[in-house]
Design a protein. Structure first.
Length: 129
């Protein structure tokens, strides 16, 4: 199962990046040694591509409008059944070029049978908790 908030997907192309410690290494000419400075724990902006099947193109457009309304929200992320404990901020979401497609018939996916596919690119960053 793949999801961002209440939005479920057939697939998500990348494992979300968690917060991590960042450091800066410094050295000076004429001085022996190096200094390592901790610059804090923070997330990294990441691009995630999602795919979901829908009954028709109208449903795909409606769902994408819901995606856009989530910009600025902090949402939970689930990747292959693993739930990340810290939420992610949605920075942006855009449809993939040629991402909303009418299909003759789709078998499987979330619906069982479908006639449209929505591919979207999300920009996410994990929130410090």
């Amino acid at each position: 199962m793949y999801s961002i908030g209440s939005f479920n997907f057939i697939s998500m192309n990348i494992l979300p990046v968690a917060n991590r410690d960042h450091v800066q290494i410094e050295s000076r000419v004429g001085v022996d040694g190096h200094w390592i400075w901790s610059t804090g724990t923070r997330g990294q902006i990441m691009s995630v591509q999602t795919v979901v099947d829908l009954a028709n193109i109208a449903d795909a457009i409606s769902l994408f409008n819901q995606y856009e309304s989530a910009i600025g929200d902090s949402l939970s992320v689930q990747f292959a059944g693993a739930v990340f404990t810290s939420p992610y901020d949605v920075l942006d979401v855009r449809p993939e070029t040629e991402g909303t497609r009418q299909v003759l018939v789709g078998i499987g996916g979330l619906l069982g049978t479908s006639n449209a596919v929505l591919v979207a690119n999300w920009q996410l960053i994990q929130v410090n908790t």
